[in-house]
Design a protein around this ligand. Structure first.
Ligand code: NOJ
Length: 754
């Protein structure tokens, strides 16, 4: 039987070489033929995904659970596996699928390659702060190259969830709060992973996740319920998913949350109507881990059988780790609860992606030991990681031009528990990174030999070894090293304090209600600032933190996220001015946690607040409405001035364009890059419209004294949104356009769409 598949394939390829044929037809014909040979159990098996459950290169599995899965694997009841690592392991499992199952259908191997495989890049939120789409594509390409060299062919990335809530630990994994930028980043990352041709040896299948609304988990609590209206769904949450489809993403993952009170995994409207019908997505949807089973505690499914039925009806094609498709689908079809055609449709989608990867031609194509030995964490890949790390750093504040540091002469105390931490900077989804393999700030700064540096950690942030599965144990009591740090500060010219979150304090299941510096770090900072306030605070974190006290009291603040393998080198190069920081925030930093969710594209309300003193307006009695650091904010060692802002016409037709321009000048003393941002406000709409929406940006590099005219074209497509008519369209009326270096820009020009 297996032979017949390969004979058919060879035939198809011979035919395709001889004359012009429709390859898509060949693919579909091949898949339909294969489906016609499959039993119901084999179809359910293709829809089943298991986590790696035993060392496939070692002895036979023991234990009932493992044995059961092993038998299923041999019987063709597993279509995919996740978290199987390394060429040998993957080859061994693939061999079972290809040689021991009746039809020999190869497995597809998935893994969370989120911000690098062995070479670790900045966490995605950090990398989005570079606004550099080519860079994001490149880092995804490097990750794909490494993962595919190590046997994998599918990543569960990019996460394209928009989120406005810094309490939610998974903000580290996305591109921030803006749907326009988020869409461009989604496209870049999908293309980075998948390349132009999935059949290429160094590309892997991407997965847009989590569909949908996961980033709106109430109160930032992971896995929680969501509550938003259909306009938020279409105008804010969906655009990056749609962009991923337009970029050709081949898989989607649904999400743990409910939306419209329905678990996303069982949500027919978003999966079948929107994604598969309206957007013509013909790849497949994998559930999130156990999310089919979790429809039971959600109170949506009665039992496993019901959950499997609801998930299939809703369009979830592959079951990640619920084991329910494999145990329930045959019965559900036989009893008439589910039409077999629904299984055929799901299987067709899965086989299509396997076919596109070239797995039917060569199931072992990613299992090349030589490649995995030579391509992982190469010097070349590490240099991309360094570039990405530098570009992801955001200079939040720089009073008195404390930065850049002088290269000679000054005595610098490097203080803080994260300054010599070689593990935290690897971030949360560090895949195959070697423990403690990031460069630390202390190491990076020591390379600048002209300076005298001393290091004192001052305090421990956490106890023990941290990992993905357990909570980080924070130190709340032991201040015994405060004294040494104070002495170092007292005897130095400058203090560089490296504080923030441990790498596993953000990410999945890492929600926090207090988003200040954890543990005793703020107390240490306060003590040090009393002794020597020439402080440069370097903040490592996987989310926007509450930095209000720091902003008021510390002269220079650098947001350094979790920057990956080359973290310390990148930070040192920025501190010493070898790289002039150019990052801009893609997520607002709140003044305190009570302001969350806080985001730049808010609605005006009927009673907009202009001052804290106003009582019956939409504001707070204790802080302003604006965030501490807004979306788009980020300083440079040089200064940029904007002038001559103009629009060439104040009338825009549905078929015409207008041009807006501004003169950007580098008025400082360093060469630098500016992210010039275009925002538009739709003054009156059929639904209330945001105060501003990002609609374009350009990264411009200028030498001191140099200037450039920056132009943006506006046409009506840029003004479209999901209107009260339930359609994407632009509405006639008045608009304001702004160009500036962050979302706080106030000067605008007016135009009309007519
Ligand atoms: C659960 C996470 O939500 C998802 O993003 C991830 O891909 C899967 N686990 C697999 O690890």
């Amino acid at each position: 039987m297996k032979k017949s598949i390969y004979t058919l394939l060879v035939l198809l390829f011979v035919v395709s070489c001889q004359k012009t044929v429709d390859l898509d037809n060949d693919k579909e014909e091949f898949i339909n033929d294969l489906i016609s040979k499959m039993t119901l159990a084999e179809k359910a098996g293709q829809m089943n995904q298991y986590n790696g459950f035993w060392d496939a290169t070692g002895p036979m599995p023991e234990g009932d659970y493992q044995k059961k899965r092993y038998n299923e694997l041999k019987n063709g009841q597993v279509g995919s596996m996740l978290n199987v690592i390394g060429v040998d392991e993957i080859r061994a499992l693939q061999k079972i699928a290809v040689e021991e199952t009746r039809l020999g259908i190869p497995l597809i191997f998935g893994h969370d390659v989120i911000h690098g495989y062995k070479t670790i890049f900045p966490i995605p939120l950090a990398e989005s702060s570079s606004w550099d789409l080519d860079l994001m594509e490149k880092s995804a390409r490097v990750a794909a190259t490494e993962a595919s060299a190590d046997g994998l062919n599918w990543t569960f990335a990019p996460m394209v969830d928009i989120s406005r809530d810094a309490r939610w630990g998974r903000v580290m994994e996305g591109a921030g709060e803006d749907p326009y930028l988020g869409s461009l980043v989604a496209k870049a990352r999908v293309h980075g992973f998948q390349g132009d041709n999935l059949n290429d040896i160094n590309t892997i299948v991407a997965c847009a996740k989590h569909f949908a609304g996961y980033g709106f988990s109430e109160a930032g609590r992971d896995y929680n319920t969501t509550d938003f209206n259909q306009y938020t769904l279409h105008n804010t949450i969906m655009p990056p998913f749609k962009a991923a489809v337009d970029a050709g993403v081949r898989t989607f993952m649904n999400s743990f949350n409910t939306l419209d009170e329905i678990p996303a995994t069982g949500h027919k409207h978003i999966q079948r109507d929107i994604l598969k019908r309206d957007w013509s997505f013909d790849g497949f949807i994998v559930s999130d881990w156990g999310s089919i089973d979790q429809m039971i505690p959600h109170g949506f499914a009665r039992d496993g059988k019901h959950a499997a039925e609801l998930a299939v009806l809703a369009g979830s094609d592959m079951d990640m780790e619920s084991s329910l498709y494999v145990s329930q689908l045959v019965g559900l079809v036989e009893s008439g609860n589910i039409a077999e055609e629904l299984l055929n449709d799901a299987v067709r989608r899965i086989l299509r992606v396997k076919y596109e990867l070239g797995l039917f031609e060569d199931p072992y194509k990613y299992c090349n030991k030589e490649r995995s030995d030579s391509e992982l964490a190469s010097e070349e890949n590490m240099s991309v990681a360094l570039d990405a790390a530098k570009k992801s750093i955001v200079l939040l504040k720089n009073n008195n031009q404390l930065l850049p540091l002088q290269k000679e002469g000054e005595k610098i105390a490097i203080i803080g528990p994260l300054a010599n931490d070689k593990n935290s900077p690897l971030g949360n989804w560090r895949s195959q990174a070697v423990y403690n393999s990031a460069s630390s700030v202390v190491e990076g700064m020591k390379k600048y030999k002209g300076n005298r540096t001393v290091f004192e950690k001052g305090v421990d942030l956490y106890y023990g070894k941290t990992n993905f599965h357990n909570r980080v144990k924070i130190n709340y009591d032991d201040k015994s090293d405060f004294g040494k740090a104070k002495f170092a500060a007292a005897t130095s010219d400058i203090v560089v304090m490296v504080l923030g979150e441990e790498g596993n304090q953000s990410g999945e299941g890492r929600s926090r209600t207090n988003i200040g510096l954890p543990g005793l770090q703020l107390e240490l900072l306060k003590e040090i600032s009393k002794i020597n306030n020439n402080i440069v605070l370097v903040v490592m974190s996987g989310r926007p933190l509450d930095l209000s006290w720091e902003d008021e009291n510390i002269p220079a603040i650098v947001q350094a996220w979790h920057l990956g393998s080359k973290s310390g080198d990148a930070i040192a190069q920025v501190l010493y001015g070898d790289y002039n920081p150019s990052g801009k925030l893609t997520m607002s930093f709140p003044r305190n946690v009570g302001q969350v969710p806080v985001y730049y594209n808010f609605k005006n309300t009927g009673r907009p607040s202009t001052s804290i003193e106003q009582v019956t307006n939409s504001g707070y009695a204790d802080v302003e409405n604006s965030p501490l650091y807004s979306f788009g904010h980020g300083l440079s060692y040089t200064n940029f001035s904007y002038s001559n802002f103009s629009v060439d016409s104040d009338k825009l037709g549905f078929d015409s364009k207008i041009n807006v321009s501004v003169k950007l000048e580098n008025t400082g003393f360093y060469k630098g890059k500016e992210v010039v941002q275009l925002y538009i406000r739709d003054i009156v709409g059929s639904i209330a419209r945001p105060m501003k929406e990002l609609k374009g940006f350009k990264i411009v590099e200028l030498a001191p004294g140099e200037s450039e005219i920056i132009n943006f074209e506006i046409d009506s497509s840029l003004l479209e949104f999901y209107t009260y008519n339930n359609k994407w369209e632009a509405e006639v009326g008045k608009f304001h356009v702004f160009i500036g270096g962050d979302s706080n820009v106030t000067e605008f020009k007016e135009f009309y769409l007519d």
